[in-house]
Design a binder for this molecule. Structure first.
Ligand SMILES: [Mn+2]
Length: 290
């Protein structure tokens, strides 16, 4: 299950040796071929792994230690440079295999388009799937400069696949007029600017359902996370995102997978974005893998 060819030897802190026995699998999706502005998120997964070495293994929020969650870091899926279609197919196939084996998938991006094939595989398994999407950007475009495979399209594709009424976006503060019009008219849910408050209101509506959670690091204000391709001023604090992860963990829902995408180390001079991301991944592991 480990990707030996692309495997760098770096793993998220406390990754177990035995992938077959693990409850959750961490995997990198090092793709940035379709980004509209600054590339570099292909290097995100490994920087998050490196930063994780500085983490405490204990979470005071959850009173839980990483040794209580059995997870395996499989390394990065060896995606073919410059080929979004084949990359997407490879991701979908890999997640399909993880789900067959009953693993909890926890993905590291990479650009946000990687979430689309993950969700295709999730929807094969969970026909009543709901998606929580935490991001600065609506990602509701049908295409970008004529290109339907773009990191600005995954949530639109998701709405079309699982039904807009099953998609819940939070923190959104950027997009075209048409995207916000789609959000209003399609029946999806979109909370602009904030995350924790609207989550509190919406989580009870997802009671009992399988939920996939995708987090784009750029939901944070660039003050907290400058290391991303399309930084967007006016974002939430890292404290609010930690709180949101815990609210999702505490909710009466079944979290069936998640990802954290768009960390781009080249724009992260003090490494604060990767360091923050590694903490979010720790809390996701501790809170969401049951
Ligand atoms: Mn975004």
């Amino acid at each position: 299950m480990r990707f030996d060819e692309a495997y760098s030897g770096k793993v998220f802190i406390m990754s177990r040796e035995d992938g077959d026995a693990a409850d959750a699998v961490i995997y990198g999706m090092p793709m940035d071929w379709t980004v509209s502005f600054r590339p570099g998120s292909r290097f995100g997964p490994n920087r998050i792994r490196e930063a994780s070495i500085g983490l405490e293994e204990y979470s005071p929020y959850l009173d839980k230690h990483l040794e209580e969650v059995n997870y395996f870091d499989a390394g990065d899926i060896p995606l073919p440079f410059g080929n979004p279609q084949r990359s997407i197919d490879m991701i979908e196939e890999y997640i399909g295999k993880l789900l067959e084996k009953g693993k909890f998938p926890l993905g590291l991006g990479g650009e946000h388009l990687v979430t689309w094939p993950v969700l295709k595989a999730m929807y094969q398994k969970y026909s009543d799937l709901a998606v929580i999407h935490i991001d600065a950007h609506a990602d509701l475009r049908e295409e970008y400069e004529g290109e339907p495979l773009s990191h600005s399209t995954p949530i639109r594709k998701t709405c079309e696949m699982i039904g807009p009424e099953n998609v819940y976006s939070f923190g959104i503060r950027s997009g075209m007029r048409e995207e916000f019009q789609y959000a209003r008219e399609s029946g999806m849910y979109m909370a602009k600017y904030d995350v924790a408050e609207p989550l509190k209101e919406m989580l009870p509506r997802l009671k009992g359902r399988p939920v996939y959670v995708t987090i784009d690091i750029d939901v944070l204000d660039p003050a907290f996370a400058p290391g991303t391709g399309t930084a967007e001023a006016g974002g939430i604090s890292s404290k609010e995102l930690v709180k949101a992860i815990h609210m999702i963990a505490d909710a009466d829902i079944r979290v069936v997978g998640g990802d954290l995408v768009e960390v781009a180390p080249a724009y992260d001079p003090t490494e604060q974005t990767a360091i923050a991301a590694s903490k979010f991944v720790r809390e996701m592991l501790l809170g969401w893998v049951k």
